[in-house]
Design a protein around this ligand. Structure first.
Ligand code: ZN
Ligand code: ZN
Length: 327
């Protein structure tokens, strides 16, 4: 059984699937993402693999009617993005810049392909890192969900930025970036991207990565900008892996505009949600966060941004960078 179920209380879709339970037995220490397996073969730098137990697929069955409730076909695609043939790297900051640029280029190409598919309304590209976040396969990889619906959080961002742009004639993200680049919470910038801890951060060391040019999709980025995005992602992860003097577990999400309709007012961006507090303990999204989706922030964002800037300066000595850390 595989279907989408609609929650009329929140406007969210739930992806329901029973096939995921039947995972095949695999020998201990077997990595399905290393070169030379049945699925991966040899001779690649980055690889898009189909998720073997996808929540969504383009041949999903038509669900049975559910009376009062709304269901939909689980149309879409779930893929794994293997970012390097090298098993033992921990994070993007350990990959050379040209390798991260290959990853970002793959994100761009798959976005272009999915944008042409009439079943796809939105694509979520993300990466989970760290045991604490539930990642069992350590081989560097990200994931992709192409959904037939626009996720709730994206709908909210679209709605708010559309209203702002109608009211002021300006892009809300461009305006916000101008504010953040004034310095208090800015962390890093290169020619075409900026990294900052936002005014309204939820997580203690949350960082956002914005292109300086007003674009809606990765498909609009030229090669030089893709390399700058790769550089910004290396520095962002390098900074996070330095700030607490330990590896940082996080979720990263790429936000692009939805595929169909006019989204001229929208602005591509990437957000990192690192889950550790200053003392290295995990901040669990429980209580208020789980119950209301609103966050408590223990500490002062501007002080944590200062710590990130220090970490940034230390990190780029190690990994190199095309731009500069703010002082
Ligand atoms: Zn591996
Ligand atoms: Zn903009």
């Amino acid at each position: 059984m595989r279907e989408l179920r609609y929650n009329p209380l929140t406007g969210q879709w739930v992806m329901v699937s029973a096939v995921r339970k039947k995972r095949p037995w695999r020998p201990r220490n077997f990595c399905p993402f290393c070169p030379g397996s049945e699925e991966t073969g040899y001779g690649w730098e980055v690889l898009l693999l189909p998720n073997r137990f996808p929540m969504l697929s383009f041949d999903a069955p038509k669900p049975e009617r559910a009376g009062f409730y709304k269901k939909a076909r689980a149309l879409g695609q779930c893929s794994v993005i293997v970012e390097t043939p090298e098993h033992d790297l921990r994070d993007l900051d350990e990959l050379p810049i040209h390798a991260v640029a290959r990853v970002v280029e793959l994100w761009k190409n798959i976005t272009a392909e999915l944008k042409r598919n009439p079943h796809v309304a939105y694509v979520s590209i993300f990466r989970n890192k760290g045991e604490e976040i539930g990642v069992s396969l350590t081989h560097p990889h990200g994931q992709l969900y192409a959904t037939p619906f626009i996720p709730l959080k994206v709908r909210l961002k679209v709605q708010n930025s559309r209203e702002y742009s109608k009211r002021t004639g300006e892009c809300l993200f461009c305006r916000l970036l101008r504010e953040e680049l004034k310095g208090e919470r800015a962390v890093y910038e290169n020619e075409s991207f900026a990294v900052f801890l936002p005014f309204f951060a939820n997580w203690p060391f949350e960082v956002h990565v914005y292109p300086k040019r007003h674009v809606q999709w990765l498909t609009q980025l030229v090669d030089e900008e893709l390399t700058d995005l790769a550089d910004a992602l290396r520095v962002a992860t390098g900074t996070l892996n330095t700030v607490l003097k330990r590896d940082m577990p996080y979720t990263m999400m790429v936000y692009q505009a939805p595929f169909r309709g006019n989204y001229d007012f929208y602005h591509l961006h990437v957000e990192f949600y690192p889950i550790l507090r200053e003392n290295g303990r995990i901040k669990y999204a429980a209580g208020m966060e789980m119950g209301t989706w609103d966050f408590t922030y223990d500490g002062i964002p501007e002080e944590n941004a200062e710590k990130l800037r220090e970490a940034c300066r230390e990190a780029i000595k190690r990994i190199g960078a095309r731009g500069r850390c703010f002082t």
